[in-house]
Each structure stands twice: as C-alpha cells, then as structure tokens.
Write a protein that binds this ligand. Structure first.
Ligand code: GLN
Length: 549
C-alpha cells in the first residue's frame, strides 16, 4: 500500500518547506523507495501561470505542460524524475472542479459545501497520485502556514485521511521555527508550541517536528519541544541554516529524518540511502577550481525567485565544470547602448532571460548586440532568443523596424510573430504553447554537438515564434536556425556562425536541469565562459608583457 507524508508549516512562511519535502523525498528515494512529491497551494488562482513573478517567483513548467509553483522545480532537481499537473493543485483548481460538477448535476440536489465536497476533492487529489501502486510514498506539501484561513480545508482533509488510514500509513511532518533571541542568548520554543496547539485545535497532531534554527538544539530543548508538542523526542529534528540548499538532504540524513518517518510508517529501514552521485556534486560545488562571472539580463532581477530554475541550472553546470558561477544581475530597464560597455565588459558570458511585454526590452537587445559584436558567449532563452533575432535583423540585416509583434503589433518587419493557433485565443492561463515538444537538430550544429544527439525534447512557454518568412535572409547572413520542430517546422534554436558560443533557444532548458543531470546547454555555456575568461586573461598578460618589454 502507498504511504502518505504531509509536510505542513508553522510560525512563519519562507522556512523552506519545499526544500525539506524535497530532501526527505531524496533520502527515501535513495533508500530505494519510489517517491513523488505534490504541492497544494491555497490561493484561488487556478494555477500560478497568470501570476506576476514579483508575486510568486518563477512559473515552473512540467513535461505535460502544467504551469506550476516553483517548488516543483526543486522536486525535479532533487529527485531527477518528472512531475506533472497532478503534482500541483491550487484551491482555485479544486473549487473549479467542484463547481463544474455541481453545474453538471453530479451532486444530485445536495447542498455543496466545504465539508465534505471541497475536502473530498482535496483527498481525491492526494490519493490520485498513489493510484496504480506507482509510488511507495507520496509526500504532499501544504502551502501556507497553519492558522491561515485558506489552509483550513487542507488541514481538515489531512485529519480525515489520517483517521481513515491510520497513523502507520499517514504521517504529518510539521516544519517550524525555533528563533534565537540574541539579547537573551536563548532559543525560544513558544512559537512552535503555539503553532502545534493551533493545529491540534483542528484535530491534527504532527508526528515529526522539523525545527529551523540558527543555533544547535541541545537535548534538554528537544525534550521540552517533544513534551509540549506531544511527539517522541527522536521526532524533534534540528534543521540548522545551511550554506546551500543542496546540503539539506545530507543534514536531514544526519538528523535521521528519513529513518524516523520510515519507523513511524512501519516501513523497512535496512537499506542506507545511496547518495554517491549527490555527494560528488556537493564536493565539486564546495571546492571549485576556478570562477566565472555570468551576466543575467532580465527585468525581474531584483527578485531572485523570478529566475529560480536558471540560477539553479547554472549551479549544476558550474559544479560540472568544477567552477564557481558568480551571477551578476543586470536590470535590462537600465541598460542602454551607452552603458552596455561599462556594465558588460567584465563578464565572461551573457544570459538573456525569458519574459513578457516591452519593459526593459531595448536593454536586452543592447546586451545581445554587445555579446554578438564582442564575441562574448551568449545564451538567449525564449524572449532572449526572440530578441537575438530582432537585434540581428536591425543591426545586420538592415531592418531598422524589426521587432516582435508582441512589443510592436504594427511593425512591417515582424521577425517574431504570434503563432497561428494563438491568434484566436482570448483566455489567459494554460493557453500558451506549453510543455514538451520534439526538436530536430542539424547534425553539424553546435547544439547537436552539445546534446550529443540530433533528436531532443524541451519544454516551452510562449505565444510568439520566429517568422519563417525571414529564415533565408538570416541564414545567408550566418544566423542559422539549427533546431526545428519536426512536425510544425517552428524554429526552436538559432546559432550564429563565426562566434565562439552564441545560441538562442525558444524553449526553456533550465526546467530540465537536475543535480544528477545538469543540462548540457548550461554545461557548455559555462564551459564557454571559462574559455572566454582564459583567453581574456592571456590577452591581458600579452599586453602587459609587451608594455614591459
Ligand atoms: N513573451 C514571449 C512569448 O510569449 C516569450 C515568452 C518567454 O520568454 N517565456 O512568446
């Protein structure tokens, strides 16, 4: 039978429930259990696809084209397995389903209520993942903090599931904070006691407490927490602040989080977690041999979560290259032709980020021009690739009005234009070109060499595309479409000849980079940054020697 673990949060948000859930899942997976993670988000949007990145960080996209919470990115990066729409459910989606069924008459004239109809739908979505015995363990992270009004139906659904399945099949891991009061030089357990008390008012008691803390918890304190929160003492787990999120699985292993969960679920504990590959990665991350500096050009750079998967993919690729990647955030809104040289000259590589709308667009184009002319390694993702086409058209092909029709709907030189099937769509949310699509690469392209294959599949999230009418002109000038969708012929990758590394991709490679499988494009991009740096250093040295001669 599939076992269920729920991860709840108390005291405050941003304690890292997603990372704790992913770390626990990693340890269970490393012991040989088939594990998946699901996230419930208690907001009323049907999915986070319509949310501004400033509100909710990056929108992560799964293979099956679901627009999801960025925690699913962590789940995939840790577990190295795919998630799907079923792994992320919002209150909006639950209500939409229940209301649609009510309109179909499915409730046979009954009054439709939060209990039982909404809670039943929450329970159905949890159990759905455990169907077909695909997983030994399903971990469900409940978004929000215990005590939020909008979390109540979820707490009630978990209470019912625990009652129905019994404590050995259904476990609650509660993540909480033990603050350190500097003035008193003391760790304080009261907020944790209150948060557990609040949960117990709704009939739910945690089985395991994971306590975020800046200072180690001694045995007395653990005993106190256990006594007042009604858990066994070995179920009080210390979660000290870590220097990288990738160390958390190892720390949780030392603290025996996986072991206590398995014991409580009455599952076999004989096999130790095999984390060989994970540890190799951590070692490389910890002891880099060199350092490169990459400029991230985007309009949301002040909010790190907006580019989460890109930043993580660079960490994976850096470790693979045994090199630390320092990311310099460059706000595209404040970048101009005049400031480009000054802001970009120290960079070893330039990445132009995805995005929507016109704000900061000219800054992106200026950065791309700088990378092209100065032969700085360049990776353009989605909007970054589209703007690379616009820049080339304007500055090389002599098309001064070239643009994407997203920013300039009236231009006659729409080198990027709306996909035909998108033109009739008015509804927002889930209506872009989303999810995984095949792509065929030219055998002699840089992309094919990087992927080691001419047949790949990558995830998309966009409405606009390269206008094939201009393909010949671009190609004749050395700007080559090297990857295309085999069915629709849509251009998915462009490369510039006579440049050490200049690749634009219409898809989002960052979504598929994991600790155990860093994405080849990012690995090659960071590799190119290393080479660029070595060449620059050699040139400076030559210059220095010449002036000293
Ligand atoms: N705004 C562009 C489009 O919709 C690019 C989207 C993106 O960068 N994800 O096509």
């Amino acid at each position: 039978m599939t076992k269920y673990i729920f991860v709840t949060g108390g005291v405050t948000s941003s304690l890292g429930k997603g990372i704790i859930a992913a770390s626990l899942a990693k340890l269970l997976q490393a012991r040989g259990f088939r594990t998946t993670i699901q996230k419930f988000d208690p907001y009323i949007n049907v999915d986070p696809g319509t949310l501004n990145p400033y509100e909710h960080g990056e929108c992560y996209v799964t293979e099956d084209g679901a627009e999801t919470d960025l925690d699913l990115g962590h789940y995939e990066r840790y577990l190295n397995t795919y998630t799907s729409q079923a792994n992320n459910v919002t209150t909006g989606r639950i209500y939409q389903h229940v209301i649609n069924r009510e309109r179909e008459g499915a409730y046979l004239g009954k009054t439709v209520q939060v209990i039982p109809h909404i809670t039943d739908e929450i329970k159905r979505r949890v159990l759905l993942l455990g169907e077909d015995k695909k997983y030994d363990i399903v971990i469900t992270e409940l978004g929000g903090t215990v005590g939020d009004i909008e979390s109540l139906p979820y707490i009630e659904a978990v209470r019912q599931l625990k009652w129905e399945m019994g404590n050995s099949n259904c476990l609650v891991v509660h993540l909480t904070l033990i603050p350190y009061l500097r003035a008193a030089k003391e760790l304080k357990t009261k907020p944790t006691q209150h948060s557990v008390k609040m949960m117990s008012e709704h009939g739910l008691l945690p089985d395991v407490l994971v306590c975020r803390t800046e200072e180690p918890l001694n045995d007395d304190l653990k005993r106190k927490v256990a006594l007042f929160c009604n858990v066994t003492q070995d179920a009080v787990i210390e979660a000290l602040d870590a220097d990288t999120i990738y160390r958390v699985p190892l720390e949780m292993m030392t603290e025996k989080l996986d072991l206590i969960c398995l014991q409580k679920l009455q599952m076999p504990t004989g096999i130790e977690p095999d984390l060989t590959k994970w540890k190799e990665f951590l070692n490389k991350l910890r002891y880099p041999k060199t350092k490169v500096t990459v400029g991230l050009i985007g309009k949301y750079v002040e909010l790190q979560d907006a580019y989460k998967s890109i930043l993580e993919a660079m960490i994976h690729a850096g470790a693979m290259n045994e090199c630390k990647v320092e990311v310099v955030n460059i706000h595209s809104e404040y970048l101009t032709k005049e400031t480009a040289q000054d802001k970009l000259q120290k960079l070893d590589a330039i990445l132009v980020a995805p995005g929507f709308g016109s704000r900061g667009i000219e800054g992106k184009i200026d950065a791309i021009r700088y990378a092209r002319v100065n032969k700085v390694p360049f990776l353009g993702i989605c909007l970054g690739m589209q703007m690379a086409c616009v820049e080339f058209a304007r500055n090389v092909l002599g098309m001064p009005l070239a643009h994407s029709t997203e920013m300039d709907p009236d231009t006659d030189q729409g080198v990027i234009c709306m996909m035909e099937e998108q033109k009739s769509i008015t509804q927002k949310g889930g209506t872009m070109r989303l999810g995984s699509y095949d792509c065929t690469l030219l055998p002699d392209s840089k992309a094919a060499a990087i992927y080691g294959s001419t047949a790949i599949a990558e995830r998309h999230r966009h409405r606009y595309e390269f206008n094939s009418q201009y393909e010949k002109a671009f190609e004749e000038a050395g700007f080559v479409p090297t990857g295309k969708n085999p069915k629709t012929n849509l251009v998915e990758i462009v490369e510039l000849k006579d440049h050490p590394f200049y690749i634009g991709v219409q898809f989002h490679p960052e979504y598929k980079s994991t600790v155990e499988n860093p994405h080849p494009l990012f690995v090659a991009f960071i590799g190119a940054a290393k080479v660029a740096q070595e060449q620059r250093n050699a040139a400076t040295k030559r210059l220095f020697e010449k002036s000293n001669a």
